[in-house]
Design a protein around this ligand. Structure first.
Ligand code: SF4
Length: 204
């Protein structure tokens, strides 16, 4: 009983219900920001989510226990029939194995099986095997493309991405990750950043 109370007090950083446009449809969407092991890069100039992480020494066992407690809490708050789309963010990258253990990817896929899922990750963590495994568990045939990799590309300009944002990857890296995603059966969504800091220093 004590353990259950303790687990249910572990909550995501944020969560909300809303609507998202998908093709010609307006879908009910659940958005969840999970507190995780933290972004491996942690250097982008505009980012505050990287601070929403577990600090200090913790084992992989404790990390997955905390993540599972967050997921259990989300499941207790939202009924599956209330939403068709799920957008997932973490303190960094959904597919970074140091941040989100592989077992938890399977938990997410099983919990949201049949939903249209979008999860954010840096391009270096987009691997064919990881994406394919995730889709195999998630897909029940409800969607032509059941999963989208969302990547914070921010801008098509390598100079602005490097000098203003310090993002740490190139447009070519994004294109390669997009190609891997597509070959593994996933769609791709690019997040863009308008008017990044320090833009004046680069374009004058
Ligand atoms: S990669 Fe994402 S989470 Fe990491 S510092 Fe940059 S914006 Fe933040």
């Amino acid at each position: 009983m004590m353990l259950m109370i303790s687990e249910m007090t572990e909550k995501p950083v944020a969560h909300w219900r809303g609507q998202e446009r998908y093709g010609n449809e307006l879908l009910e969407c659940l958005t969840v920001i999970f507190k995780s092991g933290g972004c491996s890069w942690s250097k982008c100039s505009m980012c505050s989510y990287r601070h929403e992480r577990y600090y200090g020494r913790y084992s992989a066992d404790i990390l997955i226990k905390n993540l599972r407690a967050q997921l259990a809490w989300v499941s207790s708050q939202y009924r599956p029939e209330e939403y068709r789309m799920v957008k997932i963010f973490t303190s960094g990258s959904f597919f970074d194995p140091h941040e989100i253990p592989a077992e938890f990817l399977a938990d997410i896929a099983n919990t949201f099986r049949g939903k249209l899922v979008i999860a954010e990750t840096r391009p270096e963590f987009v691997k064919t095997d990881t994406i394919s495994r995730f889709i195999d568990l998630l897909d029940d045939g409800s969607w032509k493309i059941p999963f989208y990799c969302a990547i914070g590309l921010e801008t098509s300009s390598d100079i602005i991405r490097e000098k203003c944002i310090n993002k740490g990857f190139s447009f070519l890296d994004f294109k390669q990750a997009a190609s891997i995603s597509h070959s593994a059966g996933a769609g791709v969504k690019a997040y863009l950043l308008f008017k990044p800091l320090f833009l004046k220093n680069v374009i004058q």
